[in-house]
Design a protein around this ligand. Sequence first.
Ligand code: GLU
Length: 511
Amino acid sequence: MENSADQMVRVRFAPSPTGGLHLGGVRTVLFNYLFAKKYNGQFILRIEDTDQSRFVPGAEQYILDTLAWCGLTPDESPIHGGAYGPYRQSERKPMYKQYASQLIEQGNAYYAFDTADELDAKRKEIPNFQYNRATRMGLKNSLSLPAAEVTRLLNENTPHVVRINMPDSEELVFEDLIRGEVKFDTSMVDDKVLLKADEMPTYHLAVVVDDFLMKITHAFRGEEWLPSAPVHILVWKNLFGLDQMPQWGHLPLILKPDGNGKLSKRDGDRLGFPVFAMDWTDPNTKETTIGFKERGFLPAAFVNLLAMLGWNDGTDQELFSLPTLIEKFSLDRVHKGGAKFDYEKAKWFNQEWIKQSDNTYLATLVAPYFDTAKIEIHEPSYLVKVIGLVKERCQLLTDFIPQSSFFFAAPTEIDTASILPKWDANKAAFFTTVMDAYTNDAVPNDATQLESHFKTLAAEQGLKPGDLMLPFRIMLVGGKFGPGVFDIVANIETKDAAKRIQYCLDLLSKN
Ligand code: GLU
């Protein structure tokens, strides 16, 4: 882990561009990034797109956009460049074959000529069929066939793949950065394909070759990749030597809110919260899945809440900026067990970040939501002021719309039902007086002066200001919510307030 002069820390995030990025994927990015930056190292984005059948247009751009939104900028990537490119595996195709050939020459891999139909037949014949030490000698490969036959098949360009030759019973051990010692028995692992018939490598070969060629020193990835580790260890051992292998850390799963299994996109759809980082539209079905960004999360809050899914600094502190996370991050505080996802807690993080964010910055983030809601903002500085008044009440950026739309246009829906039970002629007379004063510019647009004017008038008419506040609020905003009423009047200004009072008095008189 030391950043010795001769070994720069180099980590990578290596997603397959197959769709929206799950929050667990972004947490993997984050932990790689934090580790790299903590040790003044480099963070590399490598696109693992060798499985062309799973290629989804737009998915790579989506990953780049997500990283940009989170502020987790790669030092090297398909768009940032770097000395170890290309950073898309599909563009590195010619690099892999020689390593597959080397493994074959060494006896660590073999050619397999079985057709899809032949393999299907085997699957029907043998329950839970696996291509492994138990079955391989009954199949069509360079271990089971005579050498002359293998040569003939190769000379005739018979389609074939290259498979790893899993040792019969060998114990493989590695030291996981998070889980400690992990052991595998090779007899439990099948002969995975390393190179496909079109000479495209599979993930198992490409990940090892690229981690080697890109001088990766550490790699954090999801726990779901742990079963692949024995394959990778063997490829490392046989190609480059185990001392060259990056140190792996397998991150615990992010669990459903009830702790029962891995959190999936379907859980989010079912329970009504985002699981993807940003909106993702499936290019085939055109179905859009909501993301944290569009749901109204701040990038700083998203990064903060992800960091806390599986890590803490050993104190009760929960709010961390990215620079502080870099400073405080340590592997010994990464949990081994899964972390339950709690959407209410996620919103709490967002609310805290809204509270501590600069109003001008928040204005740039909420402006698009106002656009969508077709609320016109004539004066950007007015929006900034309004944000300052309502931000305490907003958990999500989308909350700014209901919490502040009345600053921009008079409400049309008025909750008169909440006024009527205690409404009487005295109150109607009082608000008529207020309305007249406002219409005639008798009170300046200043919250303190508006309040004292209101209270003096109430006292003069023998009314308690406390009984008048709720109706006044409802007249101004439409319901029982919003910041201080005199702050509202000061901002919408008395002439507008007078119109709202009039509108409401008319409604009430009809009841
Ligand atoms: N391509 C794999 C993925 O889609 C990468 C796994 C790894 O980091 O080794 O997540």
